[in-house]
Design a protein around this ligand. Structure first.
Ligand code: AMP
Ligand code: ZN
Length: 466
């Protein structure tokens, strides 16, 4: 089954493959680094990670750009309030974002690009838009004139031809000819950071940053552009207007948008104050992989209600899979190979891949895994599972983990390494054989204190982290 993705532009699920060679040219909108990102933001970034891994599982290569918005009104305001230089202020939250991404096992895009390193490129693009009569200036600021772009509204499927009531108006404190027009370039204000450029002093608006960096690194037409659903309008609509006015070509073939992480029926957001940063949740003792699992478990086009019970269920689901893997690795099974189980494993693999290719239906992909685990556990209990079936079952789990990436526990600071645990388990074994039960018990207790549980089974000792 080919990979199929819902395209916000066409409002259809379409077959996906890259336009040129085998490489997917993809741009995703990154964080505004004025604060720690919340787990709602990370729902969108986790969706992007699942998308990356599914594209790769389909044999495609990736050329993926994500921006870091390191200049905007909020950043300027917060940095000033803390009497900090803009760069020093954003460096802290950029690093925090990268650390959080690592904790959630989100792959680094091929290019991670800060807006402030591309100011001249943006000034140049604005100059070209001005040459094409798409802009006007007022008090040193430059605006995009929406009236010059007839396709405006094609992504959000808004009809802007007549009444524009309901359109969200940018909150910029600048004069505009039409409420839909937006600032490409903002004139310097007293005491605010600005850049000297070929179009004069000032700083870029948010929308131009994404258009310029996407085209610079990926070319005039992208295969995929993605972000959260709140970016469809006006951000992505404005990106299309600028980019297509610059190049005359379609800006992106596919547009993908993730629905919100919700809290009690409302979008998780900074402004509502109903948010948890990743750090908040980790400090409560939850494992990063449980958060990753929870965020990935609901298909991206459905909103996901965040609860701590949901997080506990995610941790339980991961435990079940880890126990299953441990059993496959350590139990002794009768010799031979069971043909029915070979077919069962193949069917599970196909269902898993087909679900992901069906517009990233992660819920169905997980259902395929858990039905398989249940059937194989039953087959193990009844002796039908044979040693020859083990490798394929483990390979399927590995395939699952190449997308969901939750099986390996996150090491805690000061935690014993796997090798150190193995060494103690061996020492305990030797102590038992030498009838030194006091030492054997002491080792069991030491390991338990470190959160490691030993189980004596008929095929030997197995251990796991609690
Ligand atoms: P920002 O840092 O505000 O630019 O947002 C970064 C990303 O998080 C964008 O793609 C937003 O659309 C997305 N986002 C913001 N709030 C949520 C939420 N509650 N659920 C899912 N995605 C969100
Ligand atoms: Zn963007």
């Amino acid at each position: 089954m080919p990979l199929r993705l819902y395209n916000t532009l066409s409002q259809q699920v379409e077959d996906f493959s890259p336009a040129r060679d085998n490489t997917v040219r993809m741009y995703t909108c990154g964080p505004t680094v004025y604060h720690y990102a919340h787990i709602g933001n990370f729902r969108t970034f986790t969706f992007v990670d699942i998308l990356r891994k599914t594209l790769r599982a389909n044999g495609f290569q990736l050329d993926h750009v994500m921006n870091i918005t390191d200049v905007d009104d909020k950043i300027i305001r917060n940095a000033a309030a803390e009497h900090k230089d803009l760069k020093d202020y954003t460096a802290v939250y950029t690093q925090a974002f990268l650390d959080d991404c690592s904790a959630l096992r989100l792959e680094r895009p091929e290019h991670l690009v800060p807006a402030t390193e591309h100011i001249d490129d943006m000034a140049d693009a604005i100059a070209r838009l001005t040459a094409g009569d798409h802009t006007y200036s007022s008090d040193g600021s430059v605006y995009f004139r929406i009236g010059t772009f007839p396709g405006y509204g094609k992504l959000s499927h808004n009809d802007f031809s007549g009444n524009i009531a309901g359109a969200r108006v940018d909150l910029d404190e600048y004069e505009k000819a039409d409420a839909r027009d937006f600032a490409l370039w903002k004139a310097p204000k007293e005491g605010e950071k600005y850049w000297e450029t070929a179009i004069g002093p000032g700083r870029p608006g948010w929308h131009i940053e994404c258009s310029v960096m996407a085209i610079k690194y990926l070319g005039e037409t992208l295969d995929i552009h993605a972000g959260g659903i709140d970016l469809v309008f006006p951000h992505h609509e404005n990106e299309i207007a600028q980019s297509e006015s610059l190049t005359g070509k379609p800006f992106s073939r596919f547009w993908l948008h993730a629905e919100f992480l919700m809290v009690e029926g409302q979008k998780m957001s900074k402004s509502l104050g109903n948010y948890f940063t990743l750090r908040d949740v980790l400090e409560k003792g939850h494992a990063p992989e449980a958060i990753r699992y929870l965020l990935a478990s609901v298909p991206y086009r459905k909103s996901l209600n965040f609860t701590f019970d949901g997080l506990k269920s995610a941790a339980t689901a991961i435990d079940r899979l880890r126990n299953f893997k441990l059993r496959l690795e350590t139990d002794r099974f009768p010799e031979g190979s069971n043909d029915q189980l070979i077919a069962r494993t193949r069917a599970a693999e196909q269902a898993f891949a087909a679900s992901l290719n069906d517009d990233l239906n992660t819920a169905e992909a997980l259902a395929a895994v858990f039905e398989y685990v249940r059937d194989v556990n039953t087959a193990m209990d009844s002796g039908e599972f044979r040693s020859g079936n083990g490798a394929a079952a483990l390979a399927f789990l590995e395939r699952f983990d190449s997308i969901f990436d939750v099986l390996k526990p996150t090491a805690q600071a000061g935690q014993l390494s796997d090798a150190a645990v193995e060494a103690l388990v061996k020492e305990r074994d030797a102590a038992k054989k030498a009838k030194n039960f006091a030492r054997a018990d002491q080792i069991r207790k030491e390991l338990l204190d470190q959160g490691i549980v030993l189980e004596d089974t008929k095929s030997g000792v197995r251990w796991k982290r609690k």
